[in-house]
Design a protein around this ligand. Structure first.
Ligand code: FES
Length: 106
């Protein structure tokens, strides 16, 4: 299954991921500019992405814990999610995401 990720420079990449993988891991393993400092433990917010408008309902809203973490970044938007909290599945094949500035490595 594939996801389409637009990086901070505005370039869109099509990435292949496997069922059950964290979307953050797919983005990181493809070498895009994502810090993902805590490795998926929901304690950093440096895996911040914006979910494409037509995908937000499919992906779903963040948990209260994730929302608290998102509140710590300056560039949060209504379609913000932490990509380590989204698992790859058939339903998300074709998912469109944009990397937030706050997810960049430096
Ligand atoms: S990698 Fe730290 S919250 Fe997602």
């Amino acid at each position: 299954m594939e996801i389409h990720v637009t990086d901070q420079a505005g370039e869109t990449h099509t990435l292949e991921g496997l069922e059950g993988w964290r979307v953050m891991e797919v983005i990181r393993d493809w070498g895009l500019n994502i810090k993902a400092e805590c490795g998926g433990a929901l304690s950093c917010a440096t895996c911040h992405v914006y979910v494409g408008a037509e995908w937000f309902d499919v992906v779903g809203a963040p948990s209260a814990e994730e929302e608290d973490m998102l509140d710590s970044v300056g560039d949060v938007r209504p379609n913000s999610r932490l990509s380590c909290q989204i698992l790859m599945s058939d339903a998300l094949d074709g998912l469109q995401l944009t990397l937030a500035a706050s997810a960049a490595k430096d």
